[in-house]
Design a binder for this molecule. Structure first.
Ligand SMILES: CC(C)(COP(=O)(O)OP(=O)(O)OC[C@H]1O[C@@H](n2cnc3c(N)ncnc32)[C@H](O)[C@@H]1OP(=O)(O)O)[C@@H](O)C(=O)NCCC(=O)NCCS
Length: 180
């Protein structure tokens, strides 16, 4: 079986597990495809969330479409009853290393495991490409996100001064995989 088919069968099982876990709701994890008829609607909604959740210096709202057009960029989003509950964006700059560029869950859906599910799906997607390292930047004041990344095995690499703006630093975190 090819790596891609492996990933898709894992993804289907993962989708079924989420469906089973949510009493009465029907969460659905989808990879955004440029060819999809819902591209514009999904991007619009995510840009709206992006503006609401992140301050300007952290927001990709103005460049979301461009970010997604980049080769090797991907976005997974979670829908609950037609409402976009969260999203994770990643890109693989090289065949060895991928970056999680964005993760967010709408406020009313937080603390229900969706952030973790999105991250695990993005990690699985990157691993299916035999990536050795996934890294990300996070504002150390975002303790929920830092705790989530640590829970998933990310380690702190270094503090990058003035990463977001002159007075906002970032922690660089990473997780390594052995693809032998
Ligand atoms: C960070 C974020 C995506 C987490 O999403 P979530 O769906 O609430 O997270 P989950 O329910 O999947 O939680 C998974 C783990 O994350 C950590 N976590 C999440 N929320 C937390 C909180 N309020 N306090 C402490 N730890 C928290 C915990 O380790 C948790 O594991 P546990 O339930 O076993 O304790 C969400 O809070 C968010 O969108 N925040 C604003 C945007 C943001 O900070 N994005 C990251 C930018 S780098």
């Amino acid at each position: 079986m090819s790596i891609d088919r492996d990933w898709y069968s894992g993804f289907r099982i993962f989708r079924l597990q989420i469906l089973k876990n949510m009493a009465g709701k029907s969460p659905e994890l989808t990879e955004l495809q440029r060819t999809s008829g819902s591209w514009a609607k999904v991007v619009d909604e995510i840009v709206r969330l992006e503006k609401k959740i992140f301050p300007k210096h952290e927001s990709l709202a103005r460049s979301f479409d461009d970010e997604l057009k980049k080769k090797n960029s991907g976005l997974l989003y979670l829908e609950i009853d037609g409402d976009i509950a969260g999203y994770v964006m990643y890109s693989s700059a090289s065949s060895l290393c991928a970056v999680i560029t964005k993760l967010a869950v709408k406020e009313k859906y937080r603390r229900q495991g969706h952030g973790e599910a999105l991250m695990k799906a993005a990690i699985a997607k990157c691993r299916s490409k035999r990536i050795n390292r996934i890294s990300l930047h996070v504002d150390p004041l975002r303790s929920s996100a830092v705790d989530l990344y640590k829970k998933l095995g990310f380690q702190t690499d270094t503090l990058v001064r003035a990463y977001y703006s002159s007075d906002r630093d970032a922690c660089r975190m990473f997780i390594d995989f052995d693809n032998e």
